[in-house]
Design a protein around this ligand. Structure first.
Ligand code: FAD
Length: 480
C-alpha cells in the first residue's frame, strides 16, 4: 500500500497553499476529486484570448498578502484605467448617476451601523437577523432625505436587499447581523480587479511549488478516512473517478480543505469510524452557513451601454411580466417547460449588471443568490442569458434584436457535488466559536492527525480567497 507523510485533500487555493509550504520539506500527496486545480477558482477559456472567472473574480484588500502575490505576478489591473461609474435606471426610464447611487450606498452602510449599535452591548438573548432590522432602518433613512423620490423608495430597498444577498450569497433572514458586523475585512481597498487571465496565473504559481507530477492526483475522490490505532496511521480510501478503481493510502497526517458545503453533505460518511471527530465538529458544520451564488456572463459583439458606465442598476418600479419578453423567447421558454413564475422571479431579481474592465470585448455579468441561484442552474444557458439581455434592453429602451448576446456562460456551483455552493457566511445561530471548532485539529492519540483548512475555517475574514490561502499556509506550518 502506498504511504506518505501528509495527504492534502482538495486542490483549491487552501490545499495548494498548504502544498507550497510543505514543498521540499515533507513528503505529501495532494488529492483532488475534480479534473482541475483551483476549486472555487475556475478560470475558463471563453474565446480566443478571453478568460473568465466563473468563481472568485476580485482580489480583496489591496494591502493583503494575496494582493501582494497577485501584484508580483502582474495579475492586477491598473486602477487608473478602470471605469467604475454606475448608472441607475428605473422601469419608466428615469436615470440617476453614480453620485446618487453612492448616497444610497452610504445610507445602507449607515443603516447597518445604526442597527448594530442598537443591539451591541445590550444583552440580546436571541440572534439578530439582518432582514428584520436593516431594510427597515434603510427605508427610514431614505424617507428622511429629499433626494430619493417617494415612489422609488421600495424599489431602492429591494435593489439593496438583492445586492446584499449577492455579496453574502444567502437570504438576509438567515444572516446574523452582529456576526456580520464583526467581519474582519482584509486591509486596504475592498475589491480589486484582475487583468484578462483572471486568477489562473495565481493557481499556476501555487502549482509550481509541486515539482513532481506524481504528488498530484486529479480525478481522485477521498471517500473514507479511518485512524488505525495500532499502526498510529490514517488510512485513506479513495476512488480513481476515471477507472472507478478503489485505492488505499496510509499517512501520518491529513490537511482537509474541502468546502463547508461538501462537509455538510459528506462529513458523517467519510469519518464514520471517528465518533470523537464527529462529536467535535458536527454542530459547527451544521450551524455555519454555506451560501450559493451563481453568475451569468454574457458576451456581446458590440457595446450598447454608455462608454463611461461599468455598472448598471435596475430599479423595478413595476414588476416585470412574462409578456414583457419577446414572443420568440416566450416560445423558447415554453418549449423548455420553464414556468411563468420562475421566469418572472428571474426577471424581477435582476438588479445589477457589471461590465468587465479587463478586456475590450463587451461583457456583462449578472449574479443570482440563494434559492434562485439553485433554480437557474438547470436552465439552458443561452435562454437564461437572453432573459438577462431582454430585461436590460427594456430598461435602456433598446431593441433586443439589435445587440444579441453571442455567447453566455453560467456557473453551477450548487450542482457541483464537490463544492455544493459558493462560500460560507455567518448564519443566524452561528458564532466565531463555531469556526474555531471547525478548524480545531483532530488528535485521536493526542497527536494532531487531521488538520482543517479552507475559507470556512478562517475566524475573521472567511468566504474569500485570502481566507483559503491563509488557512492553508497556517495549518501546513504547524506540520513543519
Ligand atoms: C461565484 C463565486 C464568486 C466568488 N467571488 C470571490 C471573489 O471575487 N473574491 C474572493 O476572494 N473570493 C470569491 N469567492 C470565494 C472563493 O472562491 C473561495 O473562498 C475560495 O476559492 C475557497 O478555496 P478553498 O481552497 O477553501 O476551497 P475550494 O476551492 O472549494 O477547494 C476545495 C477542493 O476540494 C476538492 N474536493 C472536494 N471533495 C473532495 C474529495 N472527497 N476528495 C478530493 N478532493 C475533494 C474540491 O473539488 C475543491 O477543488 C467566490 C466564490 C464563488 C463560488
Amino acid at each position: 500500500m502506498e504511504e506518505t507523510q501528509v495527504i492534502i485533500v482538495g486542490g483549491g487555493v487552501s490545499g495548494l497553499a498548504a502544498a507550497k509550504v510543505l514543498s521540499n520539506k515533507i513528503n505529501f500527496v495532494l488529492i483532488e476529486a475534480q479534473n482541475y486545480l483551483g476549486g472555487r477558482i475556475s478560470t475558463i477559456d471563453a474565446g480566443s484570448n478571453l478568460f473568465l472567472d466563473m468563481g472568485a473574480q476580485y482580489v480583496v484588500g489591496n494591502k493583503s498578502k494575496l494582493y501582494k502575490i497577485c501584484k508580483d505576478l502582474h495579475m492586477l489591473l491598473n486602477d487608473k484605467g478602470i471605469n467604475d461609474e454606475t448608472m441607475v435606471i428605473t422601469t419608466d426610464g428615469r436615470t440617476f448617476d453614480s453620485e446618487w447611487n453612492d448616497k444610497a450606498e452610504d445610507f445602507w452602510e449607515r443603516s447597518i451601523d445604526d442597527v448594530d449599535e442598537k443591539f451591541r452591548g445590550g444583552k440580546v438573548k436571541h440572534p439578530v437577523s439582518f432582514a428584520d432590522f436593516v431594510p427597515q432602518q434603510f427605508r427610514q433613512r431614505l424617507l428622511s432625505s429629499s433626494r430619493f423620490p417617494r415612489d422609488l423608495i421600495e424599489p431602492i430597498v429591494h435593489c439593496f436587499i438583492n445586492s446584499e444577498m449577492i455579496d453574502s450569497a444567502c437570504s438576509l433572514s438567515n444572516l446574523n447581523l452582529l456576526e456580520y458586523n464583526g467581519y474582519g475585512d482584509p486591509p486596504g481597498e475592498y475589491e480589486n480587479e484582475l487583468k484578462n487571465g483572471g486568477y489562473r496565473p495565481f493557481i499556476n504559481y501555487l502549482r509550481s511549488f509541486i515539482p513532481d507530477e506524481k504528488q498530484i492526483r486529479l480525478n481522485c475522490e477521498v471517500q473514507r478516512v479511518k485512524y488505525m490505532e495500532r499502526e498510529r496511521k490514517l488510512l485513506v480510501e479513495m476512488v480513481d473517478l476515471r477507472t472507478e478503481e478503489k485505492k488505499f493510502m496510509l499517512c501520518d497526517q491529513i490537511i482537509w480543505t474541502t468546502s463547508l458545503g461538501f462537509l455538510k453533505e459528506n462529513f458523517q460518511r467519510i469519518f464514520a469510524s471517528e465518533r470523537l471527530l464527529i462529536e467535535q465538529k458536527q454542530n459547527a458544520i451544521d450551524q455555519i452557513g454555506f451560501g450559493i451564488l451563481n453568475k451569468v456572463v454574457i458576451i456581446y459583439k458590440e457595446r450598447f451601454w454608455p462608454n463611461n458606465i461599468n455598472y448598471m442598476k435596475l430599479l423595478h418600479t413595476q414588476p416585470y411580466r412574462l409578456d414583457d419578453l419577446s414572443p420568440q423567447l416566450r416560445a423558447e421558454l415554453h418549449s423548455q417547460q420553464v414556468g411563468q413564475h420562475l421566469i418572472e422571479e428571474i426577471a424581477n431579481s435582476l438588479h445589477f449588471y457589471g461590465g468587465l474592465s479587463s478586456t475590450h470585448i463587451p461583457i456583462l455579468t449578472c449574479w443570482f443568490a440563494d434559492s434562485l441561484a439553485i433554480k437557474i442552474e438547470n436552465l439552458n444557458e443561452q435562454t437564461l442569458g437572453q432573459i438577462c439581455h431582454e430585461v436590460l434592453c427594456r430598461y435602456l429602451r433598446l431593441d433586443q434584436n439589435q445587440y444579441k448576446p453571442i455567447k453566455v456562460f453560467r456557473s453551477q456551483w450548487f450542482n457541483n457535488k464537490y463544492i455544493r455552493g459558493s462560500y460560507s457566511y455567518q448564519a443566524l445561530n452561528s458564532t466565531k466559536q463555531h469556526r474555531r471548532e471547525l478548524k480545531t485539529p483532530y488528535a485521536p492519540d493526542g497527536v494532531p492527525r487531521i488538520f482543517f483548512a479552507g475559507e470556512a475555517t478562517h475566524e475573521d475574514s472567511y468566504g474569500i480567497v485570502n481566507a483559503a490561502y491563509e488557512t492553508g499556509v497556517e495549518v501546513a506550518k504547524k506540520l513543519l
